[in-house]
Design a protein around this ligand. Structure first.
Ligand SMILES: Cc1cc2nc3c(=O)[nH]c(=O)nc-3n(C[C@H](O)[C@H](O)[C@H](O)COP(=O)(O)O)c2cc1C
Length: 419
């Protein structure tokens, strides 16, 4: 089977839409306006179905390195996200007691679910890491990431190319599910379609995941070769849904609530994970919650309402990291929040340099709160996109067999930066 990695071939991509002038709202043409989508139920094998972890709405903040810390997760939960997954941590670093990993896994009391994303290449190490995540850090959900497209990781057999080694993947998933099941914690898996068009892995991996007791899978409907470029191939999500009985979450190119409805209608997926679409738009989860709960459309935020979220985000980051580091971390966000608003270059520049909450307040006070949301931004891609790889870096002979059980991939855990 091959996947065309260009957007223009009838392959599903983001849904075309139109502006409803009367309500100033993007209405995707191919999607119902609302749907009643049942909650997602995540269950470890030994747990009674009635005691499953309930994710309602099934709208998940996808893990994003450098973004989905406790501050942003809290903001997204406040807006209505059903689940918000932590930035990825490697099993090795957790087992080694690395300070930064522990910091990245800081959870706040108000978070409804403590959801940890781990990446590992060694079943024994993951077994220990999962024990630490649950016992010491209170994780209630473990997500395993096999999607990183970064060449320095795939070159060593890690990230998104690891899924090719199916026997090793089975061992990894078996050890992980067993480890988490001791505590009744569900394990989910996040993966991509495959290495490239000619080397797809998702269907095999999903079947193995189901055999091994994985509670649900999330498919980022791109290949490693695509990285973040082109369109996500939503048809693959439909194939995944048809191939397994466990819930499949669809991921890739959801920019508006209507895109989520269209993805669900088109693929039958049990829910959605949203990454880049939430950058500077935590309120998207408000729209998603409304749409998936069958409530009528909500209004778009004015500039004043966006400013209130910006202030809240900064305040939460300061609480998490202290003012100096929190505001330094915050500086990447204004460009996303204010994309398309008429701010002027000087103010944009000042926001990108802001170093204290007082300074931020003074800058926000210069804005007219009644300015409407820039409707032209709706449905438009944001965040990382890049270009496809002509060749995915892999160890010599990697594609020759699909076993991998005899490999030592311990050096394929360094430098992993997401999915
Ligand atoms: C800045 C950034 C960091 C990311 N970090 C991770 C990560 O740590 N773990 C992971 O599984 N995926 C990571 N991803 C991938 C996203 O979770 C998601 O799969 C991808 O962006 C596609 O979904 P989207 O179209 O909704 O953005 C990252 C993506 C971005 C843009």
């Amino acid at each position: 089977m091959t996947w065309d990695t260009t957007a223009a071939s009838g392959v599903p991509g983001p849904v075309a839409g139109a502006l409803d002038e009367t309500r100033d709202k993007f209405v995707p043409l191919a999607a119902p306006a609302t749907a009643s989508v049942p909650p997602l139920r995540l269950r470890a094998p030994s747990v009674d179905p009635d005691d499953a972890l309930v994710i309602d709405p099934p709208a998940v903040l996808a893990p994003m390195a450098g973004v989905t810390n406790a501050a942003f997760r809290t903001l997204c939960y406040e807006q209505g996200a059903g689940l918000a997954i932590c930035e990825m941590v490697t099993a090795q670093s957790l087992v080694a007691g690395d300070n930064r990993s522990a910091q990245m896994m800081a959870f706040w009391d108000g978070e409804p679910v403590r959801s940890v994303q781990l990446y590992g290449t060694d079943p024994a190490c993951l077994d220990v890491a999962i024990g630490i995540a649950i016992e010491s850090l209170g994780a209630q959900h473990i997500d395993l990431n096999f999607g990183c497209p970064v060449p320095k990781v795939t070159r060593r057999g890690g990230g998104g190319v690891l899924a090719w080694k199916l026997d090793l993947m089975r061992a990894i998933l078996r050890a992980s599910v067993r480890s988490a099941d001791r505590f009744g914690v569900p394990v989910t898996v996040k993966t991509r379609i495959g290495i490239d068009d000619d080397h797809t892995t998702f269907l095999d991996l999903l079947r193995v995941a189901q055999d091994e007791g994985v509670a649900a899978v999330c498919l980022h409907a791109r290949t490693v070769a695509q990285a973040y470029s082109g369109a996500a191939h939503w048809d693959a999500i439909g194939q995944a849904v048809a191939a397994v009985d466990i819930p499949v979450l669809g991921n890739g190119d959801i920019w508006e609530a209507g895109d989520a409805l269209a993805m669900i209608a088109r693929t039958g997926c049990a829910g959605v994970e949203v990454g880049r679409g939430a950058l500077g738009r935590p309120w998207l989860f408000h729209d998603l919650a409304d749409a998936l709960h069958g409530r009528p459309d909500t209004e778009l935020p004015t500039l004043g309402q966006v400013c209130a979220l910006v202030r809240r985000h900064a305040e939460l980051l300061v609480r998490l990291m202290g003012e100096r580091h929190g505001m330094a971390d915050f500086r990447k966000h204004p460009a996303w929040y204010f994309k398309g608003f008429p701010l002027g270059g000087e103010l944009r520049h000042a926001l990108a340099m802001v170093s204290s909450l007082d300074e931020l307040d003074a800058l926000l006070a210069q804005l007219d709160p009644s300015v409407p949301f820039p409707a032209a931004e709706l449905g438009r891609p944001r965040g990382r996109q890049g270009s496809p790889r002509t060749k995915v870096a892999m160890p010599y002979g990697w594609l020759d067999d699909r076993c991998g059980l005899d490999l030592d991939l311990s050096d394929a855990e360094g430098d992993v930066s997401g999915g």
